[in-house]
Design a protein around this ligand. Structure first.
Ligand code: PLP
Length: 392
C-alpha cells in the first residue's frame, strides 16, 4: 500500500452501516482518483525487483485489488476483522469446513439447513471423515445435546433458517459451542449484515451466499467469510489461496456494487414482506404464515433481540395441499417462479420440489403445501394483487 493511501485512509469503524457500506474497504485510487474500485482484469502483477510486490499483489488467486475492496467492505459490515470473498456460497462453506474440520471430527448442523449445505456435509465432508448431526437451531438444548465435546469442532447454524425461518439464539449457541471447545459458524445469508451481525453476538465465523441479499440483483454468484480472530483469519487466508475458489474481478465488482445499497434495499424488502404477511394472514386459502416478525412465531422474541428487522423471506402453507401450492407458484406473474432469493425482484418457489428436493425422504424434508417467497422491492400493492390472483 502506498504512503499516500496510508495517510488518507479513514477508519470507518465508528461510522453507521450505510456509510461503511459505501466507503469501507476502498480509498479513491491514488493515481486517478477513481471513486469506484476499478475491475482489475489481471492475473499477475509486475514486481519491482524479485519479490518487490506493490501493495502485496503477486497473483490474482492470492489477491486482486477489486476483490480486496469487496473483502474490506464485507468485514466492515459484519464488524469483523477480515473478510474473504469466494466464487459461491458453497465455495465459502467448503473452504471453512476444510479450514476448521479434520477427519474423525464432528459438526452439528441445522435440521432444516439450506439443501446445498446439507449435501456438502452429507455427501462430501462425510466421505472425508467429518460426521454430522442435525439439530433444530431453535432448540438450544437439542443443539447442546448434539455436541460431542472433544470431537465436535463446529456448531453450524443458519438463522433465520431456510425455508422454515426458524430462529437460533446466536449468543446462547455460541456459549454452548465454546464450552465444548467448538466454533460457532453462522450462515447469515437470510438476514444479511444489515439485519444481524453474528460476530457481535459471539459467533466465530460468518458465511454468506453473496448471491442473495449482499449482491442483491440476481446477476452474480458469490460467497463470503468474515472472522474476528486473526489466527482463524490466517487459516482462511491459507485455504482460500490453497483451494482457489475465488471470484473473478468482474464478480467481485458486481457484488461490491450491490453491497453499497444493502441497507436501503433491506428496509424496502422488510416493508414489503410486512405488507405481504399482513395480506396472507387474513387469506382463507392460507393455513399458516411463517415470518419471524409475527408475534406467534416461536422465535419472535429472540429474533426481535438479535435482528434489526425480520427480513424479506416469507413462507406460507396453503389449505389445498401440494397441488394448490404448485398452482399458486405457477399462476403468479409479478413473483417470478424460480430458485434463489434476495434480489430486487420477487421470487416464488415450492421448496419441496425445488430448492429442497435433495432432502426429500430425509429428516430435513419440508411440507408439500409450503411456498417460499423472496419478497422483492417492487410496489407492495402489485405484489399483494399478484398473490391474491394466484391464490384464487
Ligand atoms: C444460496 C445459499 C447458500 C449457497 O450459496 P451459493 O452462492 O448458491 O453457492 C448457502 N446458504 C444459504 C442460506 C443460501 O441461501
Amino acid at each position: 500500500m502506498s504512503e499516500q493511501q496510508h495517510r488518507t485512509e479513514h477508519n470507518w469503524k465508528a461510522s453507521g452501516f450505510e456509510t461503511r457500506a459505501i466507503h469501507a474497504g476502498y480509498e479513491p485510487d491514488p493515481m486517478t482518483g477513481a471513486v469506484i474500485p476499478p475491475i482489475y482484469a489481471t492475473s499477475t502483477y509486475k514486481q519491482d525487483g524479485v519479490g518487490g510486490l506493490r501493495g502485496g499483489y503477486e497473483y490474482s488467486r492470492s489477491g486482486n485489488p477489486t476483490r480486496t475492496a469487496l473483502e474490506g467492505a464485507l468485514a466492515a459490515l459484519e464488524e469483523g476483522e477480515r473478510g474473504f470473498a469466494f466464487a459461491s456460497g458453497l465455495a465459502a462453506e467448503d473452504t471453512v469446513i476444510r479450514s476448521v474440520c479434520r477427519p474423525g471430527g464432528h459438526v452439528v448442523i441445522p435440521d432444516d439447513a439450506y439443501g446445498g449445505t446439507y449435501r456438502l456435509f452429507d455427501k462430501v465432508a462425510k466421505v472425508w471423515g467429518v460426521e454430522h448431526s442435525p439439530a433444530a437451531v431453535s432448540d438450544v438444548d437439542a443443539v447442546r445435546a448434539a455436541i460431542r465435546p472433544g470431537q465436535t469442532s463446529v456448531v453450524w447454524v443458519e438463522t433465520p433458517t431456510n425455508p422454515l425461518l426458524n430462529i437460533g439464539e446466536i449468543e446462547a449457541l455460541a456459549g454452548d459451542a465454546h464450552e465444548a471447545g467448538a466454533l460457532l459458524v453462522v450462515d447469515n445469508t437470510f438476514a444479511s449484515p444489515y439485519l444481524q451481525q453474528p460476530l457481535t453476538l459471539g459467533a466465530d465465523i460468518v458465511v454468506h451466499s453473496t448471491t442473495k441479499y449482499v449482491g442483491g440483483h440476481s446477476d452474480v454468484v458469490g460467497g463470503a467469510v468474515v472472522v474476528r480472530d486473526l489466527e482463524l483469519a490466517d487459516a482462511i487466508t491459507f485455504h482460500q489461496n490453497a483451494l482457489g475458489a475465488v471470484p473473478g474481478p468482474f464478480d467481485a465488482f458486481l457484488t461490491h456494487r450491490g453491497l453499497k445499497t444493502l441497507g436501503v434495499r433491506m428496509d424496502r424488502h422488510c416493508d414489503n414482506a410486512e405488507r405481504v404477511v399482513e395480506f396472507l394472514t387474513g387469506h382463507p386459502a392460507v393455513s399458516q404464515v411463517i415470518y419471524p416478525g409475527l408475534q406467534e412465531h416461536p422465535g419472535h422474541a429472540v429474533a426481535a433481540r438479535q435482528m434489526k428487522r425480520f427480513g424479506g423471506m416469507v413462507s406460507f402453507r396453503v389449505t389445498g395441499g401440494e397441488a394448490h401450492a404448485l398452482a399458486v407458484c405457477e399462476n403468479a406473474e409479478v413473483f417470478t417462479l424460480g430458485e434463489s432469493l434476495g434480489g430486487v425482484e420477487s421470487l416464488i418457489e415450492h421448496p419441496g420440489r425445488m430448492t429442497h428436493a435433495s432432502v426429500a425422504g430425509t429428516d430435513l424434508e419440508v411440507p408439500a403445501d409450503l411456498i417460499r417467497l423472496s419478497v422483492g422491492i417492487e410496489s407492495a400493492d402489485d405484489l399483494i394483487a399478484d398473490l391474491d390472483r394466484a391464490l384464487g
